[in-house]
Design a protein around this ligand. Sequence first.
Ligand code: NAD
Ligand code: WQD
Length: 341
Amino acid sequence: MTETVLVTGGAGYIGSHTTLALLQAGHDVLVLDNLCNGSPEALRRVARVAGRAPRFIEGDVRDAALLARVFAEHPVTAVMHFAGLKAVGESVREPLRYYDNNVAGSLALCQAMQSAGVHRFVFSSSATVYGEHAPIPYSEATPVGRPTNPYGRSKLMVEDLLADLAQSDPRWRIAVLRYFNPVGAHESGLIGEDPSGIPNNLLPYITQVAVGKLRELAVFGGDYPTPDGTGVRDYIHVVDLADGHLKALHALGQHTGWNVWNLGTGQGYSVLQMVRAFEDASGRRLPYRIAPRRAGDIAQYWSDPAKAQRELGWHARRGLPEMMRDAWRWQQANPQGYASS
Ligand code: NAD
Ligand code: WQD
């Protein structure tokens, strides 16, 4: 069945890759993005790869009048909600901005959907909701913990809001997707991650060191209780993640109410393994030094992805070599991100 999907935050990193996957699967896409951290160039490139364009509406998910208009004017059948702020450190400094954008934004969107009679919803959550003390690997049966920062708590609040909504009205079909660590780029090298300023996340930091924009990688902590002392995470290729969204959307045909799926590979890699894998893929040596631990970091975690495999028929296909190759291709072709074009 062809859907008309409203993709909030579709001009951002994960939203642009998912918009492309939706178009390639034959769906129609309406992107709503206020461009606070996204780029219209990303959507032009998505159109180039897909051979057809998503419709773009510049605006904010907290704008109730705009949302009412969007639902009135377009035959939206489902919503994928990526729009939000995601910088953990910034959320500690500006909690109100994060709760407003992430929680009030999701609330406004759900209200507009309810009024419009649209009840199929896919939400970008995060493994951060498992908190600090969950046993590894994290499965969906693992109780959520207390996230260590306002960003993480905003995700948990929205998960709870959605669970209450699903309880209140059986028409809702909700997929809460808990992402592990999304990395990489589309293999065309045309779309990828374009962080503003100095990257917070590991892989964009590595690729910016490799192109000479940054001097060296600071490895945050060399004394964790992990095999090589550095932090371990479950990195997932963004194209696999995008495919997981498509599978989740389709699965909402059989799954009513509130559903949660982890999107990860089930495999943890350390920071130093990431450095080596990048060096292998790029043929460059990466300067790094061991630095103090970063406040709030957890030593290690990775996903149990079995539920998504079982219920969505989804698993991550791309390994570390593909993640590194594609991140590097994107960075080399676009040293200034979308501003290069
Ligand atoms: P991103 O910043 O690249 O994309 C988010 C997009 O939303 C941007 O284009 C931004 O302009 C837009 N946006 C933000 N607030 C908006 C608003 N109020 N109204 C309209 N548009 C708005 O981030 P991303 O990495 O693509 O993340 C997408 C989603 O996935 C976010 O909700 C994020 O919290 C979640 N997530 C990301 C990661 C990650 O590591 N990237 C991990 C887990 C979950
Ligand atoms: C990965 C590993 C660092 C940078 C964050 C959010 C999480 C989710 C994904 C949105 C860790 C180490 C990093 C650097 C380093 N986001 N590192 N030097 O912290 O696992 O997750 O992004 O939902 O909520 O917390 O990702 O890429 O920042 O770090 O050594 O310059 O790399 O310590 O072990 P993280 P990350």
